[in-house]
Write a protein that binds this ligand. Structure first.
Ligand code: NAP
Length: 331
């Protein structure tokens, strides 16, 4: 059946400004790292993307290497771009990245101008797009001069192949330097994509300050710790349909320790008192205080997207709740 978007799609989603740029992103964005590859079911991917868009999720995050195999998530998305989303292109923010291994030889990974620009061309073809809305340098390259990597991002914007550019997983110091170089080049760096969830808080030690001082937004990846911060592992066993059980998933079974499970159950009790699922509370926590522009979730089925978007019904915390959460996650 031809997809026709829900007329009420902008009724309940919250849109946050990305730093001091003109761009807004939904408070919850959807990433295609897992569950949209060549090994996955097209119809399930399509059901998730269309439901997400119907719920007001306008931002879809990809990268050259998402799959498996690498490239296949962009291909799946590109197929839907032609069949379902073409009429809605101007309502969508689509991102891609390059940085990790993509093809053999010296030009297939890291941060050279050669790799980044060639990779963007490939991504555009796979996704059936003329431009991406955001392009990221996926990781810092210790060997390529930062001026070269940033120069490639500047070139993409000037050539119209990317509307905005960002960086991912750069440290506070590397980010400050990248922001400075981009200012000199005249193309602002608008967004940083770091990992951030209750068990991974590195961005609180300097990076968030650098971003705020410079008016750069942030989109937090793995806000649910790849599914740990959900009701999935509360019994301590590994469900067969979970990422921890999957051969192609990045979450190791060994992450589900007895200590972690005890923490998750304590957090779940606080979430229940707030009338939320653990996933909903974990997302509200990432977005607390307005320091993070968008929480970038993943999903393996439609119901998870619905559960996660409903986090927006309660984004505020009492100071007692925050203190109790702090005690548990430090514990
Ligand atoms: N820049 C980078 O280097 C980088 C790195 C990693 C990720 N990312 C981006 O961040 C996105 C999200 O990463 P992620 O998938 O690890 O995020 P996540 O939201 O932490 O984990 C998503 C997984 O949690 C489970 N889940 C989600 N909602 C649930 C719910 N309500 N109840 C129960 N289980 C739920 C599902 O796994 P099950 O399979 O167990 O159901 C789902 O696939 C990626 O797609 C990508 O776009 C970027």
């Amino acid at each position: 059946m031809v997809y026709s978007a829900n007329n009420d799609r902008y009724g309940s989603m919250k849109y946050n400004r990305v730093g001091r740029s003109g761009l807004k992103l939904p408070a919850i964005s959807l990433g295609l790292w897992h569950n949209f590859g060549g090994v996955d079911t097209y119809e399930n991917g399509r059901a998730m993307l269309t439901r997400a868009f119907d719920l007001g999720i306008t931002h879809f995050d990809l990268a050259n290497n998402y799959g498996p195999p690498a490239g296949s998530a962009e291909e799946m998305f590109g197929r839907m771009m032609l069949t379902d989303f073409k009429p809605y292109r101007d309502e969508m923010i689509i991102s891609s990245k390059a940085g990790y291994y993509m093809w053999p030889g010296p030009y297939g990974e890291w941060g050279s101008r050669k790799y980044l620009i060639a990779s963007l061309e490939q991504s555009l073809k796979r996704m059936n797009l003329e431009y991406v809305d955001i392009f990221y340098s996926h990781r810092p390259d210790p060997e390529t001069p930062l001026e070269e990597t940033m120069g490639a991002l500047d070139h993409m914007v000037r050539s119209g192949k990317a509307l905005y550019v960002g960086i991912s997983s750069y440290s506070a110091e590397q980010s400050a330097e990248a922001i400075k170089i981009m200012k000199q080049l005249g193309t602002p760096l608008v967004i940083h994509q770091p990992s951030y969830h209750m068990f991974d808080r590195w961005i609180e030690n300097g990076l968030q300050d650098v971003l705020e001082e410079n008016g750069v937004g942030s989109i937090a990846f793995c806000p649910l710790a790849q599914g740990l911060l959900t009701n999935k592992y509360l019994t301590g066993s590994i469900p067969t349909d979970s990422r921890a059980a999957s051969k192609t998933g990045a979450l190791q079974e060994s992450s589900v320790t007895a200590q972690r499970v005890a923490q998750l159950n304590k957090l779940n009790a606080i979430a229940a008192e707030r009338g939320q699922s653990l996933a909903q509370m974990a997302l509200a926590w990432v977005l607390r205080g307005g320091r993070v522009t968008s929480a970038l979730i993943g999903a393996s089925r439609v119901s998870q997207i619905e559960d996660n978007v409903a986090a927006l019904n309660n984004l505020s915390f009492t100071s007692e709740e925050l203190a109790s959460i702090e005690d548990i996650i430090r514990g």
